[in-house]
Design a protein around this ligand. Structure first.
Ligand SMILES: C[S@@+](CC[C@H](N)C(=O)[O-])C[C@H]1O[C@@H](n2cnc3c(N)ncnc32)[C@H](O)[C@@H]1O
Length: 548
């Protein structure tokens, strides 16, 4: 007997079980992806379940569907009311995310419609009043933030103007992959790869943490004693990105020469499609890119994604190109992007109570990045295999697992980042770590001094097809069997408060290593002046000077 998902969703709402209702609406939408009422209802339950970021997109889907339907909506008052309700929910979602400007715009629009059409009482509160409240909040926010920035108020934490706040706990409740990642079968798969990469020296283990959430995490330990200056492990990137500052191979991000061959720098190998601007090192990198992600991207204009990824220094927008490639891989394999085998075991960045009072910064550009990716890959915004919650989860997965390098030139910053599926299993320590080395064809960019002989060998290997950004771990002391292999996620020479701030901001955890236990000083998170973002919330008011 088939399940009546709509009825199940209504029953769940009656029980105030909004997460189940969200799931039932999602099931119903898989059957009827262009049903306005279903998206509009899912927008409402998303809001009630505490996921305003998802409501933002569901409401927009209703608006876009109504535009697609155009005249065929005719004079159907019910359908038209659904669109107004969706817009109202969009306004509420923006308000809950701390984006008063966006909220004011929606309520203003509805207020204007209302003066012409008179909706009656389809909304819980007056759009007119909400428009005034949101506009006032926005203006007050602008004035106070500008003044506090100028005064360099260091007492409060302020997000950039136009950015909001949200909570992400590592996974949405309907996503069980975080449990699968620590299953025996997952460990077995990881171990098979680790045996090859470490020449049987390392093993993947489950680590129990008393202080962190989740309590069970993955890590890497030695299988045997390993002497000083041993190559412990090597791994090529799964995928890499660069911010288009130099001409580089799209697959292995090796620097390329645009015209004549320069010593040590390969000549660019353009994509075979004349309408495609992408370049590679050689036919091998081209073939690998084709097999992984390039086919659905070939010849597509990705300049908007590049621009969005460049716009912000720090923050997750920089990973927009990763998200594009990962969505392209998923499209090639016809799977949910969270099921990409190579990264399915990744932990996710999550809200930590010690940082930003348990919030992450919400950037309205996430939505633009998502929409652009779908459009580049010819995926409709009603395809639930590529739903927005997947994008948010993936973005936070990348955030906690990417290895990035920044090279500052006179003119600008070159950013290169790669995903190493096995290296990403290494936990952080501010001491007791092994030394990672990138063996590059550009010696000046090589991170640490290498074992000389090995450097020569690697250059030779590179010519034979080793990846330019292969990572190599070299022990810098004797390791005992069973020791955990740590890697420093942040500049270990910085003070403890600075290290902790960076770890909390970028990885969502606080370090308790031996160095941190020994060292004095403590990171103190600054309070947030919530009243600037959420009208009626007085927290943090005493920390800014208010004009009478
Ligand atoms: C690159 S992953 C490391 C592997 C991870 N433990 C796992 O289970 O997949 C980074 C994440 O691991 C966790 N982590 C790494 N080092 C940690 C440490 N020293 N203490 C607590 N959590 C840590 C953090 O949640 C971080 O965002």
């Amino acid at each position: 007997m088939s399940i009546d998902y709509r009825q199940e969703a209504k029953d769940a709402i009656d029980r105030r079980d909004y997460v189940s209702a969200w799931n039932y609406y999602t099931q119903a939408l898989i059957e009827s992806p262009k049903d306005l009422a279903l998206w509009c209802n899912r927008a409402l339950v998303g809001l009630n379940a505490g996921f305003p970021e998802l409501t933002l997109i569901d409401s927009k889907r209703v608006v876009f569907l109504s535009l697609e339907k155009g005249k065929s909506m005719g004079n159907d008052i019910n359908l038209q009311n659904l669109v107004y309700k969706a817009r109202y929910r969009l306004g509420l979602a923006a308000e809950k995310l701390g984006l008063p400007f966006l909220a004011a715009r929606e309520f203003d629009l509805l207020d204007t419609f209302n003066s012409k059409k008179n909706f009656g009482n389809i909304f819980e509160e007056s759009c007119h009043q909400k428009k005034i409240d949101m506009t006032e909040t926005y203006l007050r926010q602008q004035i106070i933030l500008k003044r506090e920035y100028e005064k360099r108020n260091t007492k409060i934490q302020i997000s950039g103007i136009g950015k909001g706040w949200y909570k992400f706990t590592g996974n949405y409740p309907w996503d069980n992959r975080q449990n699968e990642r620590i299953s025996a079968s997952m460990l077995q798969k990881i171990q098979a790869k680790l045996d090859v990469a470490s020449d049987n020296k390392l093993k993947a283990v489950i680590i129990r943490s008393e202080t962190d959430n989740p309590k069970l995490q993955l890590g890497i330990k030695t299988k045997q004693d390993v002497p000083h200056l041993t190559i412990l492990f090597e791994e090529d990137p799964f995928i890499s990105i660069h911010n288009r500052y130099n001409l580089r191979c799209d697959y292995c991000i090796n620097k390329l020469s645009p015209t004549a061959r320069e010593p040590g720098i390969p000549l660019k190998f353009p994509c075979k499609n004349q309408n495609c601007k992408e370049v590679f090192c050689n036919p091998r990198c081209y073939k690998k890119a084709m097999e992984l992600y390039h086919r659905p991207l070939c010849g597509k204009d990705i300049s908007k994604i590049i621009e969005l990824s460049k716009r912000e220094i720090g923050g997750l927008n920089h990973h927009a190109l990763f998200l594009l490639k990962l969505f392209a891989i998923a499209k090639e394999r016809n799977i949910n992007p969270l099921d990409i085998e190579e990264i399915k075991h990744f932990m996710r960045l999550k809200t930590n109570p010690l940082f930003l009072e348990g919030h992450l910064v919400w950037d309205p550009e996430y939505e633009s990045i998502y929409n652009n990716i779908l459009s580049i890959l010819d995926i409709t915004m009603y395809d639930l295999q590529y739903d927005f919650w997947i994008f948010i989860t993936l973005m936070n997965m990348i955030g906690a697992n990417v290895f990035g390098r920044t090279f500052t030139d006179q003119a600008a910053e070159e950013k290169l980042s790669s995903i190493y599926p096995l290296c990403a299993l290494m936990n952080h320590s501010c001491c007791d770590f092994v030394v990672p080395q990138y063996i590059l064809p550009e010696p000046s960019n090589t991170v640490h001094n290498l074992i000389q002989d090995y450097e020569r060998r690697r250059k030779r290997y590179h010519r034979k097809g080793y990846q330019s950004y292969r990572i190599t771990l070299v022990t810098h002391r004797n390791l005992k069997k069973g020791e955990e292999i740590f890697y420093p996620y942040t500049q270990y020479s910085n003070s403890k408060p600075r290290r902790h701030e960076s770890l909390l901001r970028n990885f969502g955890f606080m370090c308790h290593c031996n160095q941190c236990k020994k060292e004095s000083g403590r990171y103190r998170g600054k309070p947030i002046a919530w009243f600037l973002y959420f009208p009626g919330d007085e927290r943090g008011k005493n920390l800014v000077e208010l004009e009478n």
